[in-house]
Write a protein that binds this ligand. Structure first.
Ligand SMILES: *[C@@H]1O[C@H](CO)[C@@H](O)[C@H](O)[C@H]1NC(C)=O
Ligand SMILES: *[C@@H]1O[C@H](CO)[C@@H](O)[C@H](O)[C@H]1NC(C)=O
Ligand SMILES: *[C@@H]1O[C@H](CO)[C@@H](O)[C@H](O)[C@H]1NC(C)=O
Ligand SMILES: *[C@@H]1O[C@H](CO)[C@@H](O)[C@H](O)[C@H]1NC(C)=O
Ligand SMILES: *[C@@H]1O[C@H](CO)[C@@H](O)[C@H](O)[C@H]1NC(C)=O
Length: 517
C-alpha cells in the first residue's frame, strides 16, 4: 500500500436495493417534528441485520435521511478513477491516527426503570437493538456509581455517617434488581466483552464539606487525608461488588463533572474538584488504591466534564508524573461543544499528551433551555449527534458514549426534572418503544466502526459543506462516513444529486489495498 490513493465517489450509483441478511424495515411514525421515529414492539423491530462485506470491486452504502430512510442499504460499483469533475474524497491510508475503542450509552437508574417497564419480550427486543449482532454494535456502557439526577431518590453506597472503613458499603436495590440484571443480559447478547465504564456523581454526604449530595461541596480535608482515602476505597469496593455479579469494569472516571460541584447551589448530585485537587487525589489516593486492589488494570480517565476545560485541566493533571502514571485517558462531555472549537481543546490536548487517549463519556439532545426534553422524530438532533461524533473522531477521540439508553416520553424519570431526550423512548402503556433519529445517527458509527478500526486521512478535491471521516477496519475494509447538513450538494457535473438535508453514507470495501495506488 503506497501513498496516494483512490477516490470514493459520493454519488449514489443507481443500483438495486440490497438489504443485508436479516434486515427488516422501519415502521415509521410521525409526531409532528421534521422526521419520524421507528416503532418497535415485543414481536417486531426494524433492523439492518448483520452486515456482510460486499464483493471486491463493489461497495455497500447505508443511508439515513430526514425523509425517512433508516440505514437503507445499497450496493454499487467502486469507480477507481472517476472522470467526473465533481467532488472527490481521497483517502490517504498512510496517514494513520487513533484506533477506535467503542460506542455506547449509559445504564442509569432511569434507563433501567424504563427498559424494565416493558414486557419481557419487549425488553429483549430493546436490548438486542443496542447490543446483539443484529443491533447497532454498542460495546461501551457507562454505569453511574450510585444515584445521579436520572434516579428517583438520592443515595450513595455508604450513607452511614463516619463509616471510613466502608463496613456498611452496600449496593442499592437499583443496582441489584435493575442495572446489574440488565447489564448481564446486555453482556449475554453481545458478541464481545462489553467495556464498562463507571462514574460517580457524589461522595457520601458525611465525606463532604457541605454535608449534602447536591450543591457546592468537595471532599473534606486534603488529598492523602482520611476522606480522600475513603473515597478512593469506595471505588475499589464498587468494583468488588460488581465483580461478584461477573461484571468487570474497563475504566473508572475521577467523577462526573467536577466543575458542577464547585457551583453554588448546584441542583443535583455533584462533587467538586479543582484540577489540582484531582491531580493530588489520583496521585495519593485513587491511583495507589486501584493499583493495590484486585483490579489494578482498570483504566483511570480524568475530567469527565466539558471540553471547555481543556487543555487547562490536562496540563495540570497530566504534567504531574506521580498522577500521570496512573492515568490512561481524558473523558469529555459534549455540552457547550458548539462554543468551544475542537482543535483548541481536543486537538491541543492530544498534541501535548499523545500517550493519553480522549474518550467522549456523555452527550444528549434536549438539554438546552432553548430546546428542552423529548422531541419524537427530530432530525435536527440526529444531525447534532453526527456532527459532534465526526468532529470528535477527527480530533483523536477513540469512542463516544451517549447518555441514558432509554427514557420515557417526558424525558425522565429525573428527580430534579432535568428532562432530556434519548435515542430510545419507551411507551410502557402500549408496550412499545420508539427509535429516534439519533439512534440511527449513532448506528452509522457504532455498527461499522468496530474496536480497533483506525482513522486514516481523507481529503476533499474542492471546498465542501459535507462533513466526513474515514477508517480502515481490522478486516482491511474501509468505512467512510459522510454527513450532509445542507439541502443540496453538487456532486458531479452530469448528475446533480440532491441529497436531501442529511446523508450519512458508509462505504465499505474489501481488500482496500487493491484500490489504493
Ligand atoms: C408489532 O408490530 C408489528 C408491525 O407493526 C405488528 O404486525 C404486530 O402485530 C405487533 N405486535 C404486537 C404484539 O402488537
Ligand atoms: C486517472 O485519471 C486521470 C485523469 O483522467 C489520468 O491522468 C490518470 O492517469 C488516471 N489514473 C489511473 C491510474 O488510471
Ligand atoms: C453499620 O450499620 C449498622 C446497622 O444500621 C449500624 O449499627 C452500624 O453502626 C453501622 N456501622 C458504621 C461503621 O457506620
Ligand atoms: C462471566 O462473564 C463472561 C463474559 O464476560 C462469561 O464468559 C462467563 O461465562 C461468565 N461467568 C458466569 C459464571 O456467569
Ligand atoms: C441557595 O438556595 C437556597 C435555597 O433555595 C437559597 O436560600 C440561597 O439563597 C441560595 N444561595 C445562593 C447563593 O443562590
Amino acid at each position: 500500500m503506497s501513498s496516494s490513493s483512490v477516490v470514493l465517489v459520493l454519488l449514489f450509483v443507481s443500483a438495486p436495493l440490497v438489504l443485508s441478511a436479516g434486515s427488516s424495515k422501519c415502521i415509521s411514525r410521525s409526531f409532528g417534528h421534521d422526521s419520524v421515529v421507528c416503532e418497535c414492539n415485543s414481536t417486531y423491530c426494524d433492523s439492518v441485520g448483520s452486515v456482510q462485506l460486499p464483493p471486491v470491486g463493489r461497495f455497500s452504502s447505508y443511508l439515513s435521511s430526514m425523509e425517512g430512510s433508516r440505514l437503507e442499504a445499497r450496493e454499487g460499483q467502486v469507480q477507481k478513477n472517476s472522470s467526473g469533475t465533481g467532488l472527490r474524497l481521497t483517502l490517504a491510508s498512510y496517514q494513520k491516527y487513533q484506533k477506535i475503542r467503542g460506542f455506547g450509552g449509559s445504564m442509569t437508574d432511569a434507563a433501567a426503570i424504563n427498559i424494565l417497564s416493558l414486557s419481557a419480550a419487549s425488553q429483549d427486543q430493546l436490548l438486542r437493538q443496542y447490543f446483539s449482532p443484529e443491533g447497532i454494535g454498542y460495546s461501551v456502557v457507562r454505569v453511574p456509581m450510585a444515584s445521579c439526577d436520572f434516579s428517583t431518590r438520592l443515595y450513595t453506597y455508604a450513607d452511614s455517617p463516619g463509616d471510613y472503613s466502608l463496613d456498611n458499603f452496600t449496593l442499592a436495590a437499583e443496582d441489584v434488581h435493575m442495572k446489574i440484571p440488565l447489564l448481564q443480559r446486555a453482556q449475554a447478547l453481545s458478541p464481545g466483552r462489553l467495556s464498562l465504564l463507571a462514574s460517580a456523581w457524589s461522595a457520601p454526604a458525611w465525606m463532604k464539606t457541605n454535608g449534602a449530595l447536591t450543591g457546592k461541596g468537595s471532599l473534606k480535608g486534603q488529598p492523602g487525608g482520611k476522606e480522600h482515602k475513603a473515597w478512593a476505597q469506595y471505588y475499589v469496593r464498587f468494583l468488588e461488588e460488581y465483580s461478584k455479579h461477573n461484571l468487570s469494569f474497563w475504566a473508572v472516571t475521577t467523577g462526573n463533572e467536577p466543575s458542577a460541584g464547585r457551583m453554588t447551589n448546584y441542583s443535583f448530585q455533584a462533587l467538586g474538584f479543582t484540577a489540582e485537587e484531582q491531580r493530588d487525589w489520583v496521585s495519593l489516593d485513587l491511583g495507589p488504591a486501584l493499583h493495590a486492589s484486585p483490579f489494578p488494570k482498570t483504566h483511570i480517565l480524568i475530567l469527565d466534564d466539558n471540553r471547555l476545560l481543556l487543555p487547562y485541566w490536562a496540563r495540570v493533571v497530566l504534567s504531574d508524573i506521580h498522577a500521570g502514571r496512573y492515568i490512561h485517558g481524558v473523558a469529555v462531555h459534549w455540552y457547550l461543544d458548539g462554543v468551544v472549537p475542537a482543535d483548541i481543546s481536543l486537538g491541543i490536548t492530544h498534541s501535548l499528551y499523545p500517550e493519553y487517549y480522549l474518550f467522549a463519556t456523555e452527550a444528549c439532545a434536549g438539554w438546552s433551555p432553548l430546546d428542552r426534553g423529548v422531541k419524537l422524530g427530530s432530525w435536527d438532533r440526529a444531525e447534532q449527534y453526527a456532527h459532534d461524533i465526526i468532529q470528535d473522531l477527527n480530533h483523536h477521540v477513540v469512542g463516544w458514549t451517549d447518555w441514558n439508553l432509554a427514557l420515557d416520553q417526558t424525558g425522565g424519570p429525573n428527580w430534579v426534572k432535568n428532562f432530556v431526550d434519548s435515542p430510545v423512548i419507551v411507551d410502557s402503556k402500549r408496550d412499545v418503544f420508539y427509535k429516534q433519529p439519533t439512534f440511527y445517527s449513532l448506528a452509522h458509527f457504532s455498527k461499522f466502526l468496530l474496536e480497533g478500526s483506525q482513522r486514516v486521512g481523507v481529503s476533499a478535491s474542492t471546498e465542501t459543506d459535507l462533513e466526513f471521516t474515514a477508517f480502515i477496519r481490522t478486516d482491511g475494509s474501509v468505512v467512510l462516513i459522510i454527513l450532509n447538513r445542507y439541502t443540496t450538494v453538487k456532486q458531479d457535473g452530469n448528475t446533480q444529486n440532491h441529497l436531501h438535508d442529511v446523508v450519512e453514507f458508509s462505504t465499505r470495501f474489501t481488500h482496500t489495498h487493491s484500490y489504493i495506488q
